[in-house]
Design a protein around this ligand. Structure first.
Ligand code: PLP
Length: 388
């Protein structure tokens, strides 16, 4: 029998894949399931991006690239991201990775020692806590509450910072709640962290899926760049989840450290993928806006639909493509509720507690699906909940 390293016991997972497997079992039995558990755009990758990747493959771009990425890809990211954030970025501050997710892993691995505390949003993307534990760090959840529109309470945040705090993770627009920090929140966080030696991991993967105001990066505030590792990528903005393409933006010395982790793990992101990424960033951007408008229409529809169900309340999120309705009135745990809705309504959702203990009492519903399916799902959920 193979014996595994102790650290494996500290590694978590993502329940989206668990729910998908359960839904697939029902589908194999002939049930029709509406998939609202998946965190990826239902749109295809744009043809010009696909064409660029294919063209590069045909031209023989099938070899290793430099580990932190092709210079022209790093430059394209630096130009694009610098323009958005209002400061100049050097390509040496950019590391290309296989999705944004590795930046999470690498950033924590590169900065957090055993015993160091890391403050992270809860409910939040489950991989933060998983990796913090994996490296022996101490996870310190900051609750995101519905009454505060799922933004962290800044006073509470300040009270959680100790002399052991090594890193703070922020994610705005946020998965799973769709919440967004305000400019004032960022300013207060920045003022508080200015004199502290704390790394900020800023997960900006949903930066282009926003409905009320443009997204903002804490790195744009004075003295924050030196402390910040930005996680971003192509999955959500350009509907490229399966390409596995992302990047980090960080001070040069951090890029060198994280570059070492790339060398020690994946070597590099596929060259033709990097070329497709350049095309995504430099090609026409109107479709990005059009898709955000589609998401807005769906958001409004599902929020209205859910709020019309007796016992369900749902805030209107400002970004990302998830809603996080409150289902506390039914007296079931969120996991029981997600399982009930899968079996009874044929709708796959994720239970709020899979995003942390403060997500209990809620469901995460992805509206990256057609309006027709969203309406059908709401009506089937309504019928199922009336039976309780
Ligand atoms: N960060 C958040 C908050 C996410 O929701 C996701 C994907 O679901 C990622 C990062 C990682 O995305 P990818 O690795 O596809 O770039």
């Amino acid at each position: 029998r193979m014996i595994f390293a102790d650290r494996m016991n500290r590694l978590g997972s993502e329940t989206a894949f668990e729910m998908l497997a359960k839904a697939n079992v029902l589908e194999a039995q002939g049930r029709e399931i509406i998939h609202l558990e998946i965190g990826e755009p239902d749109f295809p990758t744009l043809p010009n991006i696909i064409e660029k990747g294919m063209e590069c493959l045909r031209a023989g771009m099938t070899k290793y690239t430099p580990s932190s990425g092709l210079l022209e890809a790093r430059q394209a990211v630096a130009d694009y991201a610098g323009k958005k954030r209002g400061y100049e970025i050097d390509p040496q501050e950019v590391v290309m990775t296989a999705g944004g997710k590795p930046i999470m892993f690498y950033a924590i691995l590169a900065t957090v020692n055993p015993g160091d505390e890391v403050i992270y949003p809860n409910p939040g993307f489950p991989i933060y806590e998983s990796v913090i534990k994996f490296v022996g760090g101490v996870p310190v959840p900051i609750p995101l509450r519905e009454e505060n529109e799922f933004r962290m309470d800044i006073q509470e945040f300040k009270s959680l910072v100790t002399d052991k705090t090594k890193m703070v993770i922020i994610n705005s627009p946020q998965n799973p709640t769709g919440g967004m920090l305000t400019k004032e929140d960022y300013q207060e966080i920045a003022d508080f962290l200015a004199d502290r030696n704390i790394v900020i991991l800023s997960d900006e993967i949903y930066e282009n899926v926003v409905y009320e105001e443009p997204s903002f990066s804490i790195s744009s505030l004075p003295h924050m760049r030196e402390k910040t590792i930005i996680l971003n990528g192509f999955s959500k903005t350009y509907a490229m989840t399966g390409w596995r393409a992302g990047y980090g933006i960080m001070p040069k010395e951090a890029a060198q450290q994280i570059g070492k982790l790339v060398v020690n793990s994946t070597s590099c992101l596929a060259g033709f993928t990097q070329m497709a990424c350049i095309e995504a960033l430099t090609g026409p951007q109107d479709e990005v806006l059009r898709r955000a408008e589609q998401f807005r229409i769906r958001r409004d529809r599902i929020v209205d639909g859910l709020n019309a169900i007796s016992g369900v309340t749902c805030l209107k999120p400002r970004g990302a493509f998830y809603v996080f309705p409150n289902i506390k009135a039914f007296g079931k745990t969120s996991k029981e509720m997600a399982e009930y809705l899968l079996n009874e309504a044929g709708v796959a959702t994720l239970w709020g507690s899979s995003f942390g203990e403060y997500g209990e009492g809620y469901l995460r519903i992805s509206y990256a699906n057609s309006l027709e399916n969203l309406e059908k799902a709401v009506s089937q959920i309504d019928i199922a909940l009336k039976k309780l």
